[in-house]
Write a protein that binds this ligand. Structure first.
Ligand SMILES: [Zn+2]
Length: 466
C-alpha cells in the first residue's frame, strides 16, 4: 500500500486532549497515520488528496447493529418491542433466505460506510442454516469496513429448523471459525449470545465457553425488561469478563453496571430503539457517573436511519434532558447543561474503540493508529456560515455531508461517491429481497415452532401491558 497525503482539512483528532488543528495535513503510510502537522511536504510517491474546506475526523464506531434487517427497512417505524419480537425475530427472520442475508448485510454495511462509519459490531442472529452463515461472512468480507461479525446462536423459530439442537449451532460456528481463519482481512469474528431466558444457563455458559476457547469477543443484549437481571446472573455464574460488550442495560441496576465496569467489560447504548421501544432511557449518564465510557450503536434500520449523526444527537440531548429534569422538578432552571458536544463525539469514536478493546488501534486520529479517516464537506446551506468543528459534527452535520472515507489507508469513498461497488447490481438484488420479504406471511403469534420461540413468546407476553 502506497502513501497518501490528505491536505489542508480542519482536523478534529478526538485524542486525549481533544486536539483540533484549524488546518493540517495527514500523511498515511502502510495504512497507518504517519504524521499530522500544519504542512507536510508530499513524498514523491504519495497520492495527494485535497481536503481543504472539509472537517476531518476519525471514522465512527458503531458498537451494535443487526445489518441483516436492512432488507426490511422501515417496517418497525411504529412498533413496540412486542411488535418487534413478533414481527421480526419470530416473523420476517423466518423468511430470510441466504441471498437475503447476503444482500441485506452488504447494503447495510455499505450504508454505514457511506455515512462515515468505519468500524461496526454486527450482531448477526439470522444464522438459520450453515448457508445463512456463509452468506453473512461473504457480505462482511466484501463490504470493506472493519466489521466484527458476531455469530448469533439465536434459534429463529422455523417450521423445519436446520440445526437439530443448540450443540449443532455451536458446531456450525466452529466451522465458520475454521473457514474464517484462512481468510484474514479487515473483518473479524465474534459471538452474539442468545438472550437469557431463551436458553438455559448451561447453554449460555456453552456459548461463552465457545467464544473464550477461540479467543472471540462476545456481545449480548442485556438488562432489558425481559431480562432485567441478566448481568447479575452472569456475574453469579462467574462468566463476566473484559471480552463482553453489553448492549442496552437499561434495566440493569447500578450494582450490575459496576459489575460490568469491574469485569473490564463495556456497554453499547442504542438511544433511538431504547426510547421508541419502551426499553427505558439510555444509560449514558449512569455509565459516566461510574467512570465508564458509553459507546453508541445504531441497532436496526428496520426502524430508523443507519447513520451515527442521529444517534449522537439523540443520545446527547436525551442525556441532557435527564440531567435537567431534577432542577425542573424543583421549579428551577439549570444554570448550565452537560454533557457537551465533545463528549457526544467521544461516544461515537474513541469510546466505541475502547468498548471493542481496540482503543490502541482505532477511534482517534493519532500517529501510529490505523488510518480510519472521514471528511465532511461544508458546502451546504446548513454550513453557511460554518459552525465550530465539533458542534458542527455532533449537532449540525448530516450523513450526506460525508464526502471522503478511508479505512486502514484504503480510500473507500471520494468526492461523495463510494468506490468499488456495482450499485446497479446491489440495487437490483436489494429490491428483489425486499419484495420477497414483503410477501412473507407474518407469523401467527401462537405458532412458535422451536423451544426458543416458545420461550421468547412467554418471556415477552408475561410482561407486556395490554
Ligand atoms: Zn440489538
Amino acid at each position: 500500500m502506497s502513501r497518501v497525503l490528505l491536505k489542508g482539512g480542519q482536523v478534529v483528532t478526538v485524542d486525549a486532549r481533544d486536539t483540533l488543528h484549524p488546518a493540517a495535513d495527514i500523511l498515511v503510510e502502510q495504512g497507518r497515520i504517519a504524521a499530522i502537522a500544519p504542512t507536510i511536504a508530499a513524498p514523491a510517491d504519495a497520492e495527494v488528496i485535497d481536503l481543504s474546506g472539509h472537517i476531518v475526523l476519525p471514522g465512527f464506531i458503531d458498537t451494535h447493529r443487526h445489518s441483516w434487517q436492512t432488507g426490511i427497512r422501515g417496517v418497525a417505524a411504529d412498533w413496540s418491542l412486542l411488535d418487534y419480537v413478533r414481527g421480526i425475530r419470530m416473523g420476517y427472520a423466518r423468511a430470510y433466505r441466504p441471498e437475503d442475508v447476503y444482500i441485506s448485510i452488504l447494503v447495510g454495511l455499505l450504508e454505514a460506510l457511506d455515512s462515515g462509519i468505519t468500524t461496526l459490531c454486527d450482531f448477526c442472529h439470522i444464522m438459520n442454516s450453515p448457508a445463512h452463515a456463509d452468506a453473512a461472512l461473504a457480505a462482511v468480507r466484501e463490504a470493506g469496513l472493519r466489521t466484527r461479525l458476531h455469530y448469533g446462536f439465536y434459534d429463529v423459530p422455523l417450521p423445519q429448523p436446520a440445526f437439530a439442537d443448540h450443540a449443532a449451532r455451536l458446531a456450525d460456528a466452529e466451522r465458520i471459525v475454521r473457514t474464517f481463519g484462512a481468510m484474514p482481512g479487515l473483518s473479524e469474528l465474534g459471538v452474539a449470545l442468545t438472550e437469557a431466558k431463551l436458553v438455559s444457563p448451561a447453554e449460555t455458559a456453552a456459548e461463552i465457553g465457545f467464544a473464550r476457547r477461540h479467543g472471540l469477543p462476545i456481545t449480548a443484549h442485556m438488562g432489558t425488561l425481559s431480562t432485567p437481571d441478566a448481568v447479575a446472573r452472569l456475574g453469579a455464574d462467574g462468566l463476566l469478563g473484559p471480552d463482553i460488550l453489553h448492549v442496552h442495560c437499561n434495566f440493569s441496576s447500578d450494582e450490575e453496571l459496576k459489575m460490568i465496569r469491574d469485569s473490564g467489560g463495556a456497554v453499547s447504548c442504542t438511544p433511538e430503539t431504547e426510547l421508541q421501544m419502551a426499553m427505558g432511557f439510555p444509560v449514558i449518564g449512569r455509565l459516566m457517573a461510574l467512570g465508564m465510557a458509553p459507546s453508541l450503536g445504531i441497532d436496526i434500520v428496520s426502524d430508523y436511519s443507519g447513520d451515527m449523526f442521529s444517534q449522537m444527537r439523540i443520545g446527547l440531548q436525551v442525556e441532557r434532558a435527564l440531567r435537567n429534569e431534577p432542577s425542573l422538578r424543583a421549579g428551577k432552571m439549570p444554570a448550565s447543561i452537560s454533557p457537551g458536544v465533545r463528549e457526544g463525539l467521544r461516544f461515537a469514536t474513541v469510546n466505541g474503540a475502547a468498548a471493542m478493546n481496540r482503543g490502541v488501534e482505532i477511534g482517534s486520529l493519532e500517529v501510529a493508529k490505523q488510518a480510519d479517516i472521514v471528511a465532511l464537506r461544508q458546502d451546504g446551506l446548513h454550513f453557511l456560515p460554518p459552525a465550530p468543528a465539533v458542534p458542527a459534527i455532533v449537532l449540525q452535520a448530516r450523513a450526506s455531508d460525508v464526502a471522503f472515507v478511508m479505512v486502514g489507508g484504503a480510500v473507500r469513498k471520494r468526492d461523495g461517491r463510494l468506490l468499488g461497488h456495482d450499485m446497479a447490481r446491489l440495487r437490483a438484488a436489494m429490491l428483489a429481497t425486499q419484495a420477497h420479504l414483503a410477501s412473507a406471511p407474518l407469523p401467527d403469534p401462537a405458532e412458535t415452532a422451536t423451544s426458543t420461540g416458545r420461550a421468547y413468546a412467554s418471556a415477552i407476553e408475561d410482561i407486556v401491558a395490554s
